[in-house]
Design a protein around this ligand. Sequence first.
Ligand SMILES: O=C(O)C1=C[C@@H](OP(=O)(O)O)[C@@H](O)[C@H](O)C1
Ligand SMILES: C=C(OP(=O)(O)O)C(=O)O
Length: 432
Amino acid sequence: MGEIMKVKKTAGLVGTVHIPGDKSISHRSIMLGGLADTPITITNFLHAADCWSTIGCMRALGVSVEQDDKGVLTVKGNGLYGLREPQDVLDAGNSGTTLRLLTGLLGVQPFFSVMTGDASLRKRPMGRVVTPLAKMGVRILGREQSRYAPLAINAAEQIQGIEYAMPVASAQVKSAILLAALFAKTATEITEPVPSRDHTERMFETFGIPVQRAGSAIRLEPVKRLAAPEQINVPGDISSAAFWLVAASIVPNSRLVLVNVGINPTRTGILDILIQMGADITVTNERWSGQEPVADIVVRSASLRGVTIEVEMIPRLIDEIPVLAVAALFAEGQTVVKGAEELRVKETDRLKAIALELGKMGANITETADGLSILGPQKLNHAACYSHHDHRMAMAVAVAGIAAQGVEIQESDCVKISYPDFFNVLAGLRQD
Ligand SMILES: O=C(O)C1=C[C@@H](OP(=O)(O)O)[C@@H](O)[C@H](O)C1
Ligand SMILES: C=C(OP(=O)(O)O)C(=O)O
């Protein structure tokens, strides 16, 4: 039995939150830094379990990653062709981003490697990266016709660029192909059904790799060497800020200032939807952190109304749907989420887990094949809820508890995956 966290109802949330570093950008900073031939300093790196899985894998591939007493990292790679054969199986832990992106990078190396992850990650679909990489000439074998990890990756021979129309909008699949494409003999062209987060493309530009983009099409020529920056400053993660955006909106008497939030337009669906629901959100002090836009956000309590979230919006708020479901329970009217079947293949089946766990608090949520339907407002009771070992579920349930009658969260320590300090920050904001 893992940790149990008891969260009480609160009379308000007031204060300033320095939003921890973006998980997606933190992973990519280590991977690209590890392909450079000059040292790179990374500030505001997300020190959470998923990003440390990436560090562990890159170290096993011969990259040096050191940390100072302020958490600033120095990454020293051995150049684009400098990764070394790992001595053991690489463990991506709970991190889909680590496993999928590194499959792209390892598929094109002149050595053998094996990648695996925890019980949850070994159930997540890997065929979506194996299929396009195989078309490029990468040789991968995995469980159940190479659909699941562990994945065994053979030394690469002839890697060709591809023209590939992605069947699912997934930044992880896109990024795996783009990483492999750096090493191919010919150019690669990818199109996505709906644009997904573009942190890889932006970071490629930071590393001097030209990326041609038109709508949802991307073209990349192979490169010989990276022109690395001296420093990367990781913006705060809007997916972590989302818990505070919803919590302050639905808990009366709240006012939070969220400092240094990444507002890359491929990630700001949560802001657009909450504003459409009537949230009191002000985006201020907009600035740049390298190629990524950031801002401070002020959020105050507000009366929310239900909203319909269509499929085109889903990639822009994919990880925020658990906490948006909580917002919908406090909003007046119907909220419908459509085209979100991808949530079934995350750390857990999030559509099922949302209906089940918030249901334990008395919520009536209709789970559909590809989404949710919620008629609010609803009265929630105190209950004991299970995280399903899913960090976003644990935090979403906590937000419901502080706004309702409190909650006990079983297996709450999974917040270490993306936001280790979440419960401490919450304790400091409560007005009890
Ligand atoms: O590329 C990334 O960093 C991520 C992409 C998304 O996954 P998919 O690519 O599976 O949609 C997202 O859910 C995940 O948290 C991080
Ligand atoms: C789905 C997530 O991450 P990953 O795919 O990297 O495990 C997430 O952080 O919600």
